[in-house]
Write a protein of this length. Structure first.
Length: 53
């Protein structure tokens, strides 16, 4: 790991990509468990998307 980027012996970024996807999935799980099932759709939408249409 150098400067926050994982690189393996073949100079591939697959390890870095795997760790990034794992972190993203963990964060999405935390958000899903934090907001309730009955929350308004616009609240859920604002958590998972950058801007609303």
């Amino acid at each position: 790991k150098d400067l926050g980027v994982f690189i393996d012996q073949t100079m591939s970024f697959s390890t870095h990509t795997g760790f990034t996807i794992l972190k993203c999935n963990k964060m999405c799980g935390i958000v899903k468990r934090t907001i309730s099932f009955n929350a308004p759709v616009n609240v859920k939408y604002s958590f998972f998307y950058v801007s609303m249409p």
